[in-house]
Design a protein around this ligand. Structure first.
Ligand code: SF4
Length: 306
């Protein structure tokens, strides 16, 4: 069906959309070229070092990871060294980093890299996705930040910028990825994606975006629409949701059980006394969940890291 002349003239053609997305990508890249945040994982292209960083970054903010990254990487220097530590050894070195299931998945990924890929981190999307704990975002990040491919990475920060600046509307993960891929400037995949992550983390933040300092303010679709309510980032797949209260949560109990076990095996009674003597069932549930996730094991003499 032909659109009426006035409506047709307002609808951007595919070529115009492509040009607009490329311009947005180039503008973000140019902004990043003036100075990215400094992180140790931005100093290397070594695939294992990038993989470790990306697993750490999955649920923790970059500045917090930066404090621990180099020390952790000196212990987990290669997939072989990580396997040699054993799962419990990796969990012990994960102290204070939270989300202990990531430590287990990293150990399992190292094991598969050693057994199936000769100790080298694979470079194809398909092989990366076959590793435990490596989902689409992390696989893309390894391709881009280790192997310098011109592909998109798409995490919560990127999804927010895409929804607001590129689309001015909420979107699905599939559509967001597709738009993100079209924005990558040729031969600039590494630096452009780092800039985009920084833009989402420091300027186009979830709450109170700093639009007056934004390098793409003049191109931002949401801004052009007068910041129409609701914020497009809010309903967009891939943007983070507020987490529940940590205090008193199952996640806190699980973390405390692992913390106590880092000094060695404990009896159930010792664990309950150390974690939550007022709520034995809560500690038992935490132990059960940790066993299911392969983080701890229960023997006749007590409970230990797996
Ligand atoms: S103008 Fe504001 S909302 Fe738009 S991309 Fe920049 S910081 Fe985000």
């Amino acid at each position: 069906m032909n659109l009426p002349r006035s409506a047709a003239s307002l609808t951007p053609t595919e070529a115009q959309r492509t040009r607009a997305l490329r311009l947005l990508g180039r503008r973000i890249d140019a902004w990043g070229a003036r100075g990215l945040r400094e992180f140790p994982w931005r100093e290397t292209r070594e695939p294992w070092a990038i993989l470790v960083a990306e697993v750490l970054l999955q649920q923790t903010q970059a500045p917090r990871i930066a404090e621990r990254y180099e020390a952790l990487l000196s212990d987990l220097s290669t997939p072989d060294a990580t396997v040699a530590l054993g799962k419990a050894g990796v969990l012990i070195r994960w102290t204070g980093l939270g989300y202990n299931s990531r430590a287990v998945r990293l150990f399992l990924a190292a094991t598969m890299i050693v057994e199936r890929f000769g100790g080298e981190v694979p470079s194809t999307r398909e092989d990366l996705l076959s590793l435990p704990g490596i989902g689409p975002y992390t696989a893309a990040a390894i391709e881009v930040f280790a192997y310098e491919r011109d592909r998109a990475v798409y995490d919560t920060n990127v999804a927010r910028v895409i929804a607001r600046a590129a689309l001015g509307a909420s979107t699905t993960a599939a559509k967001g990825w597709e738009v993100a891929e079209r924005m990558v400037p040729p031969k600039r995949g590494w630096s452009y994606n780092q800039a985009l992550l920084d833009l989402g983390a420091t300027i186009c933040t979830a709450r109170n975006p700093r639009c007056e300092q934004c390098p793409v303010a003049s191109l931002c679709q949401w801004r052009r629409a007068g910041y129409a309510d609701p914020d497009p980032a809010r309903q967009t797949a891939g943007t983070s949701r507020p987490q529940g209260t940590f205090k008193g949560s199952a996640r806190e109990a699980r973390g405390n059980v692992v913390e106590v076990l880092r000094s060695g095996k404990k009896s159930r009674e010792e664990l309950i006394a150390a974690v939550d003597p007022t709520n034995e069932a809560r500690v038992e549930r935490a132990i059960e969940g940790l066993v299911r996730d392969g983080i701890v094991r229960v023997t006749r003499s007590g409970v230990a890291l797996a």
